[in-house]
Design a protein around this ligand. Structure first.
Ligand code: FES
Ligand code: FES
Length: 170
């Protein structure tokens, strides 16, 4: 059996928010730490670090995952989207981000990046999303600010707005 030294570095190359990046890490390094400390994607927040709170949620090859339950080496060759990718130029907010601001869904902001990522995926997969489904997916995020109502309102606003835009003649 090959013995892996604790300090042995492994190269990881992937695409983060449309940009090819690479770095090195120990085989045991979590994807949260790799993204935050190697890549600088500090929007990936770390709460519980054992897969419960949802603060670290990212999209990995289009699927939402807990980055704290993923080793960085598992992201080799992957396509990753973090909250930074929702507003790439740093100026224009995505429609979902704007709705969060309008509906006061940000709260203290700690959980917001993970929630935005989960809701972005939900709206992509279920454009006609219902309130029950929003609450169902939101249940994967434990937030000490609680509230949640503004978040539900914001997601439903975006679903309605997109449906309206779809129905408009081109
Ligand atoms: Fe990953 Fe809590 S930090 S789920
Ligand atoms: Fe404040 Fe979740 S947004 S703890």
């Amino acid at each position: 059996m090959k013995v892996i030294r604790k300090d042995e570095a492994t190269a990881v190359s992937c695409v983060v928010n449309g940009e090819r990046v690479s770095g090195s890490c120990e085989p045991r390094t979590l994807l949260t730490d790799f993204l935050r400390h190697e890549i600088g994607a500090t929007g990936v927040h770390v709460g519980c670090e054992h897969g419960v709170c949802g603060a670290c949620t990212i999209l990995l090859n289009g699927r939402s995952v807990r980055a704290c339950l993923t080793f960085a080496v598992q992201a080799q060759g992957a396509d990753i989207e973090t909250v930074e990718g929702l507003s790439l130029d740093g100026a224009a907010l995505s429609d979902l981000q704007a709705a969060f601001r309008k509906r006061h869904a940000l709260q203290c902001g700690f959980c917001t990046p993970g929630i935005l990522i989960s809701m972005t995926q939900l709206l992509t997969e279920e454009p006609m999303v219902t309130e029950d489904r929003v609450r169902d997916v939101l249940s994967g995020h434990l937030c000490r600010c609680t509230g949640y109502e503004g978040i539900v309102d914001a997601v439903l606003d975006v679903a309605a707005q997109r449906a309206h835009e779809e129905s408009e003649p081109a």
